[in-house]
Design a protein around this ligand. Structure first.
Ligand code: COA
Length: 168
């Protein structure tokens, strides 16, 4: 069987850091399913459909990459897909505790599923979706932080926020 893996995330929004992980994972994995989670607890800026669209557009040139959404437990989704590997990116020590907890929880739930970590390229190690949203809210430029299609969606979001602020 060809190696397959799932790269799950909220992708609110997808950053160049996420894209770096997708690109590098897809070079060593034949079928990479990028799974966009609903994650209502994070109260995402972008709808699930918008996040799927941005991930699809940003990864359209990468062979073997599929985009889908999921809700519920990640390991249940992985089993339903017949996939036994999860990919996550690690940026810094600060990510480790959260990722370690998530990987061990997933292993407890599903010992047959492994989590594989890729170190984020140092160019992107400071980027996070929250930072991108904060810069956008304050009118800053995120061109070096996100793929071009996400940049466009962020500009629209910012214009919408300003319209809302003016009319309220
Ligand atoms: N480069 C740059 N930034 C990165 C990055 C990288 N390589 N990897 C992660 N990040 C950042 C993101 O920008 C994001 O920043 P933010 O915290 O400011 O929003 C943060 O790290 C994590 O976001 P993301 O990568 O989108 O994933 P997530 O942590 O939101 O995803 C799920 C978590 C969806 C995988 C997890 O909640 C899940 O599996 N949910 C399903 C329910 C479940 O099974 N629960 C039990 C498992 S514990």
């Amino acid at each position: 069987m060809k190696p397959s893996a799932i790269y799950p995330g909220t992708f609110d929004p997808m950053t160049l850091g996420h894209l770096d992980i997708v690109r590098r994972a897809s070079e060593v994995i034949d079928r990479l399913v990028v799974a966009v989670a609903e994650t209502p607890r994070k109260q995402p800026w972008f709808s699930l459909e918008e996040r799927m669209a941005m991930v699809a557009e940003a990864t359209r040139d990468l062979p073997g990459v599929e985009i889908t959404s999921f809700h519920g437990l990640l390991v249940d989704f992985a089993r339903a897909q017949g996939i036994r590997a999860l990919v996550r990116g690690l940026r810094a020590f600060s990510d480790f505790e959260y990722e370690f907890q998530m990987a061990l929880s997933n292993r407890k739930l599903a010992p047959d599923i492994e989590t594989i970590f890729l170190m984020t390229s140092d160019t992107f190690s400071y980027i996070s979706s929250s930072v991108v949203k904060e810069i956008t809210s304050l009118g800053g430029n995120t061109v070096d932080l996100v793929p071009p299609c996400v940049q466009v969606m962020l500009s629209e979001k910012h214009k919408g926020q300003n319209r809302g602020a003016v009319s309220s």
